[in-house]
Design a protein around this ligand. Structure first.
Ligand SMILES: Cc1cc2nc3c(=O)[nH]c(=O)nc-3n(C[C@H](O)[C@H](O)[C@H](O)COP(=O)(O)O)c2cc1C
Length: 371
C-alpha cells in the first residue's frame, strides 16, 4: 500500500510542479515495459490534471481502458507480464478509493498518445476501439533515449546498431490509421516542423534541443562538454544495442568521464539499488521476484536469468541519475558515473549554437522552432 501511495504522490507532484506558472498542456511519459508503476503514477498525475499520457517501449494496449477507469476512480486489474510464469496470468489490483480520498467528481481523462516506430503497431492499435489510442508519436531511429529494435540486427565495426531504411516509420501507412500523429527524431528545426505539417502530421516531438538547453536538468559540466562537441561538430552518438537492461537499443553519447568510456564501465562494480527497470519473474513457489540484467551477474543467474542477457548491460538507473547531478556515492567512496543520452541527429543543436554560442534556453528553442 505504501508503495502505491508513493507512486500516486510522485505522479501528482511531478505534474503539479510542471503545470505551475503557465496554462500550457503537460504530458507524462511512461515506459510500457515498467508496468507495476503505471496505475499509481498515472492516477497521481490525473489527480493533478495531467493533459496527455505518452507511452512507448512496448505495446500499450491496456492504457486507454486504464485511463477511462481511473478517470471514474474505478478499481483496476492491471495485467502484468511476468517472466518464467508459463500459462499463469498475473495482475495488479489498484483500488484508487482505498488509497486516496479524492472526492467523487470524475477526473478529466487525459489524451493518450502511443509512441510507435512501425506502422504495423499503429495499425494494430488503431483497429480496435478498446485499445485505440487518441494519436501517435511516430519516432524515427535517430531519437534520443530508447529506440525500437532494428529489423536486421546489423552491427557496425564499433558494435553500434545500424538502422536501415526499413526501420524508419512509413508515415503514409501510419496516416491511414486515421488518428492524429506527431513526428519525433531529428525533427526539431523550423523546416522539419513545416515539412511534418505538410506531410499531414499535427506537429513534432523534440528532445535533444531541449536536453541541451540551459533549463534542462543535465549536469552543467556535462552540458558544457556536449555543447563544445556540438560546436566543433565532433560529438559522437552511438546506438548501443546492449546498454539498456530493458533490451531496447539505447542512444549513448561519447563524453569523457562517463560510462561511454569502457574503462569506467569495467571499473564499476555491478549493483542494483534503484531497480526502476527490473522485470518481475515467477519463482518456483509461485511468488514473484524481480531481476535486472544490469545487476550482479551471479544474482541474475540465481534468479533464473540467462548469462547472455547480462553482457554489456549498463545501470541506466544510476547512470541517468548521475547525468542530472544526482549520482550516488558508495560507502567505498565510489561515485556513480553518468550515462548521457541524446538523439543522433544534431542539426538543430548545431544551428542553435551558431546563434547562441553561450547556450540557449527552452523558450529560445521553442521560438526558433516556431519561427
Ligand atoms: C535526454 C533524453 C531523454 C529521453 N527520455 C525519453 C523517455 O524517457 N521516454 C521516451 O518515450 N522518450 C524519451 N526521449 C525521446 C524524446 O521523447 C523524443 O522522442 C526524442 O528526443 C525526439 O528526437 P530528438 O532527440 O532528435 O529530438 C528522450 C530523449 C532525450 C534526448
Amino acid at each position: 500500500r505504501s508503495s502505491q501511495e508513493l507512486l500516486i504522490l510522485g505522479g501528482f507532484v511531478e505534474t503539479w510542479l510542471a503545470k505551475e506558472g503557465h496554462d500550457g498542456l503537460i504530458g507524462i511519459n511512461c515506459l510500457e515495459k515498467i508496468q507495476l508503476f503505471t496505475p499509481g503514477t498515472l492516477y497521481g498525475a490525473m489527480l493533478a490534471g495531467v493533459d496527455v499520457v505518452l507511452m512507448g517501449a512496448g505495446v500499450p494496449r491496456a492504457i486507454p481502458h486504464l485511463l477511462d477507469t481511473l478517470a471514474a476512480h474505478g478499481n483496476v486489474q492491471f495485467s502484468i507480464d511476468v517472466a518464467d510464469a508459463g500459462d499463469v496470468d498475473y495482475a495488479l489490483d489498484f483500488e484508487p478509493r482505498d488509497l486516496v480520498d479524492s472526492g467523487g467528481e470524475p477526473l478529466s481523462r487525459p489524451v493518450f498518445l502511443a509512441i510507435v516506430s512501425a506502422h504495423v503497431l499503429a495499425t494494430y492499435l488503431a483497429r480496435d476501439p478498446e485499445i485505440r489510442p487518441d494519436g501517435f508519436i511516430v519516432e524515427a531511429s535517430s531519437a534520443g533515449g530508447h529506440n525500437a529494435p532494428s529489423r536486421q540486427q546489423l552491427l557496425d565495426e564499433r558494435g553500434d546498431l545500424v538502422f536501415g531504411p526499413r526501420d524508419e516509420p512509413d508515415l503514409q501507412k501510419i496516416a491511414k490509421a486515421g488518428l492524429p500523429y506527431w513526428i519525433a527524431g531529428g525533427s526539431g528545426t523550423p523546416e522539419m516542423l513545416t515539412a511534418a505539417r505538410e506531410a499531414g502530421a499535427r506537429g513534432i516531438q523534440v528532445g535533444t534541443v531541449f536536453a541541451l538547453c540551459s533549463d534542462s536538468g543535465l549536469d552543467p559540466d556535462i552540458r558544457a562538454q556536449l555543447l563544445e562537441g556540438v560546436a566543433r561538430d565532433d560529438l559522437v552518438v552511438h546506438t548501443d544495442p546492449r546498454a539498456s537492461p530493458t533490451g531496447f537499443p539505447f542512444k549513448v553519447v561519447d563524453v569523457s568521464g562517463t560510462m561511454s568510456d569502457a574503462v569506467n564501465y569495467e571499473s564499476r562494480e555491478r549493483l542494483c539499488d534503484l531497480g526502476y527497470l527490473r522485470t518481475p519473474f515467477a519463482k518456483v513457489d509461485g511468488s514473484i521476484g524481480f531481476r535486472c540484467a544490469g545487476e550482479p551477474v551471479h544474482m541474475y543467474l540465481r534468479k533464473g536469468g540467462l548469462e547472455d542477457e547480462t553482457v554489456g548491460r549498463k545501470c541506466l538507473c544510476n547512470g541517468l541519475a548521475a547525468a542530472v547531478g544526482m549520482g550516488q556515492q558508495r560507502p567505498s567512496g565510489y561515485q556513480e558515473v553518468p550515462i548521457v543520452t541524446l538523439g543522433s541527429d544534431l542539426q538543430g543543436p548545431r544551428r542553435m549554437i551558431a546563434v547562441h554560442p553561450g547556450g540557449w534556453t527552452a523558450v529560445e528553442a521553442i521560438e526558433w522552432i516556431l519561427s
